[in-house]
Design a binder for this molecule. Structure first.
Ligand code: GDP
Length: 299
């Protein structure tokens, strides 16, 4: 939690000055306006902000507590509630192998997140992991994945440059099944989402994986760069219309003043944030915990 708190400093600062206890010392219209402004600045989103501020104000003015400390506590609770995903934020690893397809626009932290996830699963949880480098469009992406694979000591399935992404995905899942892997993680291309062929390519990779292993992929994770705030949310909306995204990996929270986007995503997409990236190190990918997150934003 300490590290999470440290790395959410920028968002907390964006909220911070406004949200110290003194905000609730006097309760008048300005209190609620300032709170609203601060939440909007942190990219919590207009809808969620209105709901949270409205609720807190209503409780405080209708005979509820007016104690500053208690109001801050209640604010944390309301933020956590709003950030709490609609489904289980966990990833079921009992599919033998569980196939995780990872998509996201280039630069959002897709490859890094896959590397961290593979490393955590392999070294901390003792899982047998296979990586599929189906972002065959970028030679650098394949190399990067191979480096992560070496670090985590997991097998990386690749094809020559320009190979059909579907065939690499197919092969990765086939090998994963053959060697009794617990998890197969498939990287996919991330050229700009406005290009229709990308969405078609992702759909094709999905179909091919399902053909090799009916029911797979079991998870489709989408990386969203939290520093891009509402833009990231827009991207996530477009991706989720094209593919049944099951979870968000919210990256770069350490460098972001817009960490509130986790709440906007949960509210507007109905897709749980499952993992968060809070740094570039191996250990900097964490499961998302709404209460810890909300607490780290405010205190
Ligand atoms: P991709 O193009 O989506 O595969 O993106 P990369 O995985 O190559 O990441 C792009 C850049 O973002 C790299 O410099 C990463 O080190 C950096 N990055 C990824 N995740 C995080 C994170 O959680 N925190 C920080 N600070 N940097 C990150």
């Amino acid at each position: 939690f300490r590290r999470l708190r440290q790395n959410l400093k920028k968002t907390r600062d964006a909220l911070g000055a406004e949200l110290t206890q003194t905000l609730f010392d006097t309760l008048d219209d300005e209190t609620w306006e300032r709170l609203e402004e601060a939440l909007i600045m942190a990219d919590v989103g207009a809808g969620a902000t209105a709901k949270i501020v409205g609720r807190l104000e209503q409780e405080a003015t209708s005979g509820g507590t007016t104690d500053p400390q208690a109001l801050q506590e209640r604010l944390i609770e309301l933020l956590a509630e709003a950030a709490r995903p609609h489904g289980e934020p966990t990833i079921d690893l009992r599919h033998g192998p569980t196939v995780i397809m990872v998509c996201g626009v280039n630069g959002t932290g897709k490859t890094t997140s896959i590397g961290k996830l593979a490393s955590t699963l392999a070294t901390q949880l003792g899982q047998k992991v296979v990586l599929g480098a189906a972002d065959t469009f970028r030679a650098a992406a394949v190399e990067q994945l191979q480096i992560w694979g070496e670090r985590a000591n997991v097998e990386v399935v690749t094809g020559p440059p320009g190979t059909d992404p579907g065939s690499v995905a197919f092969e990765a899942v086939r090998i994963g099944r053959e060697i009794g892997a617990d998890v197969v993680i498939v990287d996919t291309a991330g050229r700009l989402h406005t290009q229709l062929p990308l969405m078609e390519e992702l759909a094709k990779v999905r179909r091919v994986i399902d053909k090799q292993f009916p029911g797979a992929p079991h998870e489709i994770l989408l990386t969203v760069d939290s520093t891009t705030g509402q833009n990231g949310l827009r991207q996530a909306k477009e991706f989720s219309q094209a593919a049944p995204v099951t979870g968000i990996v919210l990256t770069k929270l350490d460098g972001s003043a817009k960490g509130g986007i986790a709440i906007a995503i949960a509210q507007e997409l109905g897709i749980p944030v499952k993992l968060i990236g809070i740094g570039e190190g191996l250990e900097d990918l964490r499961p998302f915990d709404a209460t810890d997150f909300a607490t780290a934003l405010i205190r």
